[in-house]
Design a protein around this ligand. Structure first.
Ligand SMILES: [Zn+2]
Ligand SMILES: [Zn+2]
Length: 143
């Protein structure tokens, strides 16, 4: 007997057809219907905005994002998709960061990498210094 699972959309228990099945039968059918509706709409209205899509199909903006994020729906041409940079919140068309933030994050990462070497050398120096102090104390005690 297959193990039951909670539908990620409605929370209902159902027996999944495969391990990748995350929606119950009803939600899966609804999801597929909504997806087809959006796809069909985009075929005829290739320059539609997200607002137009949600109005025409009744599909929630959030749902459309999910399809885009999972790569199921390709709407790179939709300008007001509402994807925003995770760092500064600026509207972007794809990915997680805007060009500026992506460049800044990359240079920050490089800086951290460059700084990590002197830091390691400094730690070694500190460790040696501490050792000398301990050694001096030991010697003094020995007197
Ligand atoms: Zn469900
Ligand atoms: Zn940004």
């Amino acid at each position: 007997m297959a193990t039951l699972r909670n539908c990620i959309r409605c929370g209902k228990l159902f027996s999944p057809i495969s391990s990748s099945t995350k929606l119950c039968f009803d939600c899966d059918r609804e999801d597929q219907e909504q997806f087809n509706k959006v796809k069909e709409y985009l075929k005829e209205h290739s320059t539609a905005t997200v607002i137009e899509i949600t109005k025409a199909t009744g599909v929630e903006r959030k749902q459309i994002y999910e399809w885009v994020k999972s790569g199921r729906l390709d709407v790179a041409h939709v300008l007001d998709l509402g994807l925003t940079c995770e760092s500064c919140g600026k509207p972007i068309k794809s990915g997680r960061f805007c060009i500026e933030c992506a460049a800044r994050i990359e240079s920050d990462a490089r800086k951290v990498l460059a700084e990590s070497k002197p830091t390691a050398a400094k730690k070694e120096k500190d460790r040696k210094a501490a050792f000398h102090v301990a050694d001096a104390i030991r010697r003094r005690r020995g007197d």
